[in-house]
Every structure is written in C-alpha cells, then in structure tokens.
Design a binder for this molecule. Structure first.
Ligand code: K7E
Ligand code: CUA
Ligand code: CA
Length: 649
C-alpha cells in the first residue's frame, strides 16, 4: 500500500465539525449546570431518584439502520463490547458497533479514578500482604468471557484472566465492578479462560456453574525449588473454578501446555490448544514437532474422579489434582483427557455456534483444523478407534492463522497474522473439500486489515445466537493509521460489516495497548443497576446524623457522608500517629451523582457512587491541616465541597 493511499484512508469522512453537534454540546453543558444548580436547593430537603433523562433516541431502528457506526448524539449502541485491557489489568466496556469506550473496570491493577487498590474494600478483593499493602500491582489480562444460560449470555458475570500472576477476576454485570479475584495454585502463565455453558450431567442446570482456566507455562509441581533442572518433570494444569464461590474446584495435571480454551454447548467437553507438546524450554524446542494438539477434557469423568478421591494434592494447596497426562489416559473407556493432533504450534480454539465443531488455527501452519465434538465423545465411549478421526477438515486458509469467529450462517472468520488479513471460510464446504471434493471453494472472501491481527470476534459469535452483523479485529500493530505519538503506538481495532457476502471495513479506532480478546453481545441481555442501595455495604452510615470521630486507643474511625455540595462533618480532628479509618457513604440518590474524596499528601483518592460506601485506612503521620475535597465533579459548588482534616501534633 502506498503512503498516499494510506493518508487518503485516514481522511475523516465528514471533515469539519458538524455545527449541529456543537450546538448540542452547548445545550448539554447548560442543562447540566442548571441541573446541578437546582440540586443545591433540592438536595438538602428532597431527594428524588431522578428518572434517567431519556436520550434523544429516535424510535428503535431508524437511525440505527442509518449509521450505527457513527451514531448521532444521544443515540445508544445496539451491542456491548467487553474488552480485556492487557497489562493495564482492567476490563473495558465499549459501545458497539460505534467502538466508543464507555467504561473501564479495574481488576488486577490499581486505578486512580475509582480508588481501586486504595479503598479497604477493593484491597480486600485484590489481596494484601501482612502489612496491608497490595500483593500485586501489575497484571496482564488477555481473555474475557461472560456467563451463559440456554446457550446465550445471561448478564450475570464476566471473567477475565491475569496471565502474569495467574489470577481470575469476576466482574458483576449489574454494577460493572470486580467482586472477586482468585489466584490459581500450581500454575504459571494462566492464559485461556472460558466458562462452561451448562452442566454435563444435570439437564436442569442449563447455565454457567464452572470457569475453566488453562496454564501456558509448565513448571515443577509444587514449584518449591525441586526439579528446577529437570524440565521433563515440569507440568501444566487445567483448572476449574466454581462460578459462584470462585474457589478452585479441581485441577487436571497434563504434559505439554494449555493455551486458549473453549467449551462445548452441551457442557460435556472443554478444550485447550497446545503448542508445546514437546515440553520444550526454548522456542526452538517448542517448534520442533510437525504437529501439536488440542486437548479435550471430559468434565463429567473428571468430577467423578474427584468425587471418588482419585486425586493428589501438591504443596500448600488443598485443591484436588487429577492425572490427565497422556500416558495415564490411553484407554478411552477411563480417559479423563483426549488429545487430537493439530498442525504445528496451533493458536486459538473456538466453538461454532451450531454446537458441532471446535476450530483450531495452525499459527505456524497455514491451516484451520475442524474437530467434530460428537466424534470426540464417540472416542471416549469406545466407538472411535483413532481420536484423530475426530478431525473432519484440515484446510489451507492463509499465513499465521490465530483466532476464529462465527456468523451463525456456517461461515468462520480467521485472523491471519502474517498475511494481515481476515479470511472468511465455510465450514461445511471445508469438510467437503477435505473429503476429496476439489471443486468446492470453501474460502468465501479475504480482506486486508491494518496490521497483523490477533483476536477477532463477531456479534454474539460464541453463542447459539450468533447474528452475523459485526466483526471486530484486534490489530496488534497500527503503524501509520493514527497520528504519531512517539515510539509507542496504539493498537487498531477495526470494525467490519459481515452482513453481506463480502466483508466491508467500516471503521477503525485506536485502543490503548493491548486488549487481546473481546466479546460483543446484545445490549438487551444486560440490565445494570442505576444506583446502589445503602444495604449493599456493611459499613454504610444509614443516618447522616451518625457522623463524626470515634476513638479506640490510637485507632480512630471517621464517619463521613456526602450530600451535594457538602461532606459532613465539615471538619474532623485526629492526633499525630493515629491509625485513621475514614468511612464515607454517599447519601445522594440521584443517578450519576458521584463524589470523590481526595486527601492531599496522604496518597488517598477514591469515589463513592450514589448510595455507595467506601473506606480507607492510613496512619496520620503528618501534622497540620489537610483539605479533604471532592475530586469528582458533582455540582455547581463542587469546588467548595470539602471536609478539613486537622492532625494535631
Ligand atoms: Cu492470541 Cu493471549 Cu488470546 Cu493475544 S492471545 S492476540
Ligand atoms: Cu461532590 Cu464533587
Ligand atoms: Ca510445538
């Protein structure tokens, strides 16, 4: 592509700023100020939960059909996008298909906006050391998936992995807050994550109860200094968490490794692609074999083995570990695992929405491999003599295939990292071609993307309700696509219309590195809360009169409430050396009326949303006057909203 062409592609479609948009902004600002001014008077005497002001959205469908990619001011998106944040350690929420970033939910890494890692409540979720400081302050999220019911997302939870410190975070989808983090034992490089879609045994349990986690790096077990120079003893683990309690239920010890993870719609199988079946320590070793594998886990048999007590435990961890190594699982009748061979260092395993296939990409082989799930089950039942007969197609699709998405019409879309393309191919035609019909054209289309795509996903892709409308491609390199900002480049999320026969590139957006994976789901599957309830928080100060300082030795508790534009009490006194706990309840009930609390020189800043309570604990080690102030613009008198902390020497 010539430089000229690139620049042309970078020209904004509509050039100058639309004057009607400016007018809207001015009006919005005025309305906002008036609203804030009004609540000066209202907040003290009468607080009404204001009905959310209806956005200026036309009757559903009209504008949405006109230009959902560039929505008009006030127009809402039809889909949510859940993005992983990469080493920012957060979970991001986008409106799709506009690609507008709406929210970031901090999980593994402290976040200054909400005070994640600052408040006692968030620190308890993140995990602390004996001295109260955070156990980890860095992370590396790759994959996020949401809970299922009846083959579709049910709007309860999302989960996200931290590859760096082997943690799983759960995000509540009613509040978009991380409520639990679990660290996996016996594991390093926890990469793929996927919830189950139903129970393998109990047909009544047609929703997610487990979350599966694959570990990519093999390590000595337990990793306590033994076997460090005997890599042939290193093992990887496939872990199962309880979706509700977030406790680790069991692990399967395997040779090789786990990379990405997928689950079947019938709940019976989970799978991980394996690129290091060689058990290699160096990359040359890891790519020495021509074929690696996709390993399948028989969930019902594993749970039975755990129930029967056929497991070991390692080190300090009480988690039952069953033996899923190849040597111990050769007999299909008793095997907990089955290993299907897949060409060279595969990447990605994805479940087709018809429930029939898993698809693995070759990465170092230009192929896509289609594995029929019924045939894997047949092998476990003793009705298939060779597990590799579960491969129903293995076809060339392009260079560097990584991840695959689905349109619900039988087509798959695979990213080609080396070709910088997305290839659209048809699964049933690929199977026909694989079976010898050379006249079949299974590749339907190819499109250039910019550049080197990794993950890909389509609207509702890995549900039974894949709707084949929008495809998003996470390009790992953006190069010349955005204004240069020095050596670090944004990544480029490109949006492709897949509703027709040909893919059409319709938009691209810079994203802060580096999201890896994402899902796109219909907005009506979620029903987030507008405000909290006081009872959601054990420390809530229910009566605003119940504020002030209480002392127990040198432990001091300061109870504060925020009611715009005041923090009550307006001042409080502590003594030098006191251990101070500030509890702040936001008594405002108006949607969107969030307050902050920043304390100069004490490294404290956090927010409280309407009806939320949060607390912080610190030692008053500096005497003087410290103006605690509201850090979140809330009111015409926001700047005046303060409470003075006096630390007496
Ligand atoms: Cu392909 Cu971690 Cu999902 Cu990145 S992995 S792209
Ligand atoms: Cu309260 Cu700003
Ligand atoms: Ca390999």
């Amino acid at each position: 592509m010539s430089q000229d062409k690139t620049q042309e592609a970078n020209q904004p479609q509509d050039g100058a700023i639309d004057p009607s948009r400016r007018k809207f902004l001015n009006t919005a600002a005025l309305v906002g100020l008036t609203g804030a001014g009004l609540s000066v008077g209202l907040s003290a005497c009468k607080q009404e939960s204001s009905a959310p002001s209806a956005p200026a959205v036309p009757a559903s469908g009209t504008l949405a059909k006109a230009d959902p990619i560039h929505p008009k001011p006030g127009q809402l998106d039809e889909y949510y996008g859940f993005w992983s944040g990469g080493h920012t350690g957060d979970f991001r929420v986008l409106g799709m298909p506009s690609g507008r970033e709406i929210h970031r939910v901090p999980c593994f890494v402290p976040d200054a906006l909400v005070g994640w890692g600052v408040t006692n409540e968030s620190k308890a979720i993140m995990g602390t050391k004996a001295d109260g400081s955070l156990q980890f302050t860095v992370g590396d999220t790759h994959h996020t998936h949401a809970s299922y019911k009846d083959g579709n997302y049910d709007g309860r939870y999302a989960w996200i992995n931290d590859k760096l410190n082997s943690r799983v975070a759960r995000i509540r989808l009613d509040t978009f807050v991380c409520d639990k983090i679990t660290k996996l034992p016996n594991v390093q490089g926890f990469h793929g994550i996927f919830p189950d879609k139903r129970d393998p045994v109990d047909a009544a349990i047609n929703y997610t109860t487990r979350v599966f986690c694959g570990s990519e790096f093999h390590i000595p077990v337990p990793n306590d200094g033994r076997d460090i120079d005997s890599p042939e003893q290193y093992r990887a683990m496939f872990s199962c968490l309880d979706a509700e309690t977030m406790e680790v239920r069991w692990q399967v010890m395997i040779d090789g490794n786990c990379d990405l993870c997928a689950t079947s719609f019938d709940g019976k199988l989970a799978a991980c692609n394996q690129y290091n079946t060689e058990n290699g320590v160096h990359y040359e070793d890891m790519m020495s074999a021509e074929r690696d594998a996709c390993i399948f886990f028989n969930i019902a048999r594993i749970e039975q083995a755990v129930k029967d007590g056929s497991y070991s435990t390692f080190g300090d961890s009480p988690v039952p570990v069953v033996d899923g190594t190849r040597a111990s699982n050769a007999d299909p009748k008793t095997a907990l695992t089955a290993t299907v061979s897949v060409p060279k260092n595969p990447h990605g395993v994805n479940a087709s929405p018809d429930g029939k296939y898993f698809i693995c990409s070759g990465k170092l082989s230009p192929t896509g491999t289609v594995i029929e799930l019924q045939k894997v089950l047949d092998w476990f039942d003793g009705n298939l003599d060779d597990i590799d007969k579960a491969i129903v197609a293995e076809v060339e699709i392009g260079l560097g295939p990584l991840h695959t998405a689905f349109d619900g019409r039988g087509n798959t879309y695979t990213t080609l990292f080396l070709d910088s393309q997305v290839v659209k191919w048809n699964v049933e035609d690929a199977i026909r071609f694989h079976n010898g019909d050379n006249t079949v054209q299974y590749v339907r289309d190819r499109i250039d993307v910019h550049y080197q795509p990794g993950h890909i996903n389509a609207s509702q892709s890995e549900t039974m309700f894949a709707d084949g409308k929008w495809l998003t491609v996470g390009c790992k390199f953006s190069k010349d696509r955005f204004l240069p900002v020095g050596p670090l480049h944004a990544e480029n999320e490109q949006i492709i219309d897949i509703s027709g026969d040909k893919m059409v590139l319709v938009a691209e957006h810079p994203v802060r590195p580096e999201p890896h994976d994402f899902i796109i789901l219909k907005r009506d599957l979620l029903n987030p809360k507008k405000i909290y309830a006081l009872d959601d928080f054990p420390l809530a100060i229910h009566d605003p009169k119940n504020v002030g300082v209480t002392r127990d030795g040198n432990k001091v508790t300061v109870r504060l409430v925020s009611i715009a534009p005041a923090i009550e009490p307006r001042e409080f006194r502590v003594k030098l050396g006191d251990e101070v706990t500030i509890i702040l309840t936001n008594h405002d009930r108006i949607e969107d009326l969030t307050h902050g609390f920043g304390l100069p020189d004490y490294n404290i800043n956090f927010i409280v949303n309407p009806q939320e309570t949060a607390s912080v604990t610190f030692v008053a080690d500096k005497p003087g006057v410290f103006w605690g102030y509201c850090t979140h613009f809330c009111h015409a008198l926001h700047l005046e909203m303060r409470s003075r902390m006096i630390v007496e020497a």
